[in-house]
Ligand binder design. Sequence first.
Ligand SMILES: [Zn+2]
Ligand SMILES: [Zn+2]
Length: 773
Amino acid sequence: MGLENEMKPQIKQRAIVNVRGVVQGVGFRPFVYRLATQHHLFGWVRNTSGQVEMEVEGSESEINCFLQELETQSPPMARIEHIRTTLSSLAGYTDFQIKESLAQRNKYQLVSPDIATCADCRSEVFNPADRRFRYPFTNCTNCGPRFTIIEDIPYDRPNTTMREFQMCPRCSAEYNDPLNRRFHAQPNACPDCGPQLKLVDVSGKAMKCADIIRKAAGLLKDGKILAIRGLGGFQLACDATNQETVNLLRARKHRPAKPFAVMAATIEDILIHCRVSGAEAKLLSSPQAPIVLLRWNTKISDIAPAVAPDLKYLGMMLPCTPLHHLLLRETGLPLVMTSGNLSEEPIAKDNDEALVRLNGIADYFLLHNRGIYARYDDSVFMIEGDKPVALRRARGYAPYPIHLPFKSNQILACGAELKNTFCLTRDDHAFISQHIGDMENEETLEHFENTIELYKKLFRIKPEAIACDLHPEYLPSKYAARIAVEINLPLIPVQHHHAHIVSCMVENGVEKPVIGVAFDGVGYGTDGAIWGGEFLVADRYSFRRSGQFEYVPMPGGAAAIKKPYRMALGYLYSLLGADFSLEGLPLAKRNPDEIAVIKQQIRKNINCPLTSSAGRLFDAIAALIGLSDEVSYEAQAAIALEMQAPARFIQARIKTYPYSFEEQNGVTVIKLRELFAAVIDDVRKNVAVSAISLKLHLTLAKITVDICGKITLETGIKQAALSGGVFQNRLLLKLTSAGLNQAGFQVFTHHLVPCNDGGLSLGQAVIANFKKE
Ligand SMILES: [Zn+2]
Ligand SMILES: [Zn+2]
């Protein structure tokens, strides 16, 4: 190629290039500067309020290489959404410059999420000769805090919580050198000028020690529980191999069984405890560094069983800040790393707040003085079919938007009650908030309201309509109703499962109607019943309920969710009649008086809302076969049932349970009497729980394929979207997707946003946008 080029006269060109996406505060301009210089191009680059603009002049072939590498070699934190190039006549530039930024009114820019420590910073932190040796706040344009420290745009130091720290001359020189990795790195800092650690006891008194990290690591090794101020708030840490300490943490945090995440120093350390596929390793060590659910190798792992009681998967992550890298290496242990809160409350973020709220949970507090503006939990993913599947979207992901395949109005969608996120839309962006949490108390509501205000400010969004769940009693729905009145905007309530399906459609770029299979715990239906096992024919505009599981009573409403045996009794009463027998069933061990009371409750219809929920069906079967009587976290019984299924099996050899369906007012109702009778039969015959679990999963997949096939006959639709929290069940997701594929369906599932209620706000926003007045 070199020879040819030398022989031909070079054609010179000028290209005007605009780049949109996360391209500011991520080292993009120095990258352009270096790239242009490499290719002997002249011209300039600058930030504007909405994008990065540049002009490059030089030979045609060099410009083509430049444009290609602009996309393929951009800095790790940059996210290019769109590059527009136009050619123009030569301007006669004689060098390449980084020009002053241009501020434009009413423009907004995307804000980068916080990103895990890059390899360059890591090696500095562990290099005794480097001036940032063991400095826990080391960062550069390729890594470090972003979203958690920004208060407004443009993303400049005075608009971040770093404004309190004056850069020393050496940091300042790095900051101003276009060829330095820290050129315009707003959180740039060093031991001389940046944030500092502080280790205190429960009374807030500083501990005397020569080396804080070493001291903190020593306390962890001694079985103490530490509250650590991380990127987006406090985490509670303890030795994950110490069963006693883990149990103590559970008791203090009022979290009896819900699994904890574990942090390990390196991938090699994770491999001691879990099986890790190539795709899993890639995700773990990505710049987002989320928690990834991994197959736990309990035979060789010495991580305490209390970390994730009765589970076959362990949520593991790698260190995401220099502080975590240093602590992990110093302790040499895997550490439980869980959000710093009492169950149900939002994560604590400020030093004083933590000393009060985490009093009685943590033994010591590892504090620092870099302000956290936005609370930010760890993200959680699993890999299914070699692809990442989001279960909780926060650190490393929010506030990066989901791309919309259309131009949207400005909508605020308030999300669901549990695992809340909200969503704000403008242009082709859906800004889904970081995981906010379960909206069950004032603290979380306040966190929700503050975060909405932050997103509105950062992305210059003024909602034109407010969307919420159809359930009027959800806290976010109440907030939506109040705000809609206050600022006089239309309020658009959206049916829960319609929102789930549209959420899945949007992230897959699907516009035409699909058969939406929405399986989850509870969602308010248009008939006032509690839906959750639904087959909808749906698009962005509307939906029709085409199929459902038959309604059964939930004895005691919320009590039936906490106590799955109540749910089992609801099914038995409803399907088999009032005088069903518990003989030979684990339920027979329960107090007969209590059972009589529950039966009477159902007979008299006292607080027995009707439900078609697939989540409750899992609960009931789990209780029926003796797996779970009471639960302390959402979906615990269903997870217990999933965990029982064998990892390997030959599908063709397994019979499914019988079921039937009937038409009721144009809706196909799935009847479960035969299924329950057959399960009871299996229990009485002492069939292994693992076999029952597997059969049930296969049956639900078969039912789904059958009903979808039936709807196809009526509608001609061959596209199916799977959504709802029940599809966090990997076995069910796998079997259902495979079954539908085999039957000729194109199947859409979630990857970017959670299938659980964390993804609901996206669907709400899109439906509200297309709502006809
Ligand atoms: Zn870095
Ligand atoms: Zn400095």
